[in-house]
Design a protein around this ligand. Structure first.
Ligand SMILES: C[S@@+](CC[C@H](N)C(=O)[O-])C[C@H]1O[C@@H](n2cnc3c(N)ncnc32)[C@H](O)[C@@H]1O
Length: 206
């Protein structure tokens, strides 16, 4: 991916270019978000005992979310991302986990019903509804029990809005419509809200 893809490529090419570009920096600053991640995972674990569940994390980045959620699980934990540079950074930072290069829209490295929980943190707001639904359906295919989407909810801080503008993400529509999009894919859905403009949207497999 080159700068050409940022200006003239499709949404996915632009997104991959940006994430490959920022991966080394992201690996250095993701400690700043870890506190919030640890806190919401603690709240999640108090509602739903995560210790017996294997976990697959989609769009794992440099591993902040997988680290927070894996604190509560004693089972297999794997991270995937479509950015090779993010995977490289994640492997350096977290040699304790397995990381696999994979596109969330096509998780063909993973069999049907192969992880108890399939999760994604701050990934789905970055894509349009069509791609979001494709990723959700793939997550549902691979999951045995739950799909967890950790992402924006309600009010978003100004500096984040600026970043989302440059990423040209779909976060505004995500916040408006994601709850109903989730209901199109799962019969049972729940939300665990954090107090900082984030939430975990849960789809339960029947
Ligand atoms: C904002 S970062 C979040 C990283 C990490 N989940 C976290 O919460 O710290 C979004 C990540 O999703 C990845 N991503 C975006 N679209 C993807 C796709 N279609 N398949 C796999 N990964 C994707 C990007 O490469 C990037 O690492």
């Amino acid at each position: 991916m080159t700068i050409f893809h940022y200006f003239f490529g499709n949404d996915k090419q632009r997104s991959k270019f940006i994430f490959n570009l920022i991966a080394p920096l992201y690996g250095k600053i993701d400690n700043a978000i870890s506190e919030d991640y640890i806190s919401i995972c603690k709240s999640l674990n108090s509602k739903l005992d995560l210790s017996k569940y294997s976990i697959l994390d989609i769009g794992t980045g440099t591993g902040a979310w997988i680290t927070a959620i894996a604190k509560h699980s004693s089972k297999k934990v794997v991270g995937t991302d479509f950015s090779q540079k993010m995977i490289d950074q994640a492997r350096i930072k977290h040699p304790e986990f397995e990381f696999v290069l994979s596109d969330g829209e096509n998780l063909n490295s993973f069999a049907d019903n192969s992880f108890d929980i399939v999760t994604a943190s701050f990934v789905l707001h970055g894509m349009k509804k069509k791609e979001r639904t494709a990723v959700l359906l793939e997550m549902k295919r691979v999951a045995i029990k739950y799909v967890f989407i950790h992402d924006f909810h309600k009010k978003t801080a100004l500096f984040v809005r600026v970043l989302e503008f440059f990423e040209r993400s779909d976060y505004i529509n995500f916040k408006k419509y994601f709850t109903s999009e989730l209901k199109e894919v799962f019969n049972n859905t729940y939300i665990i809200e954090a107090d900082n403009g984030n939430a975990i949207y849960i789809g339960q497999i029947n």
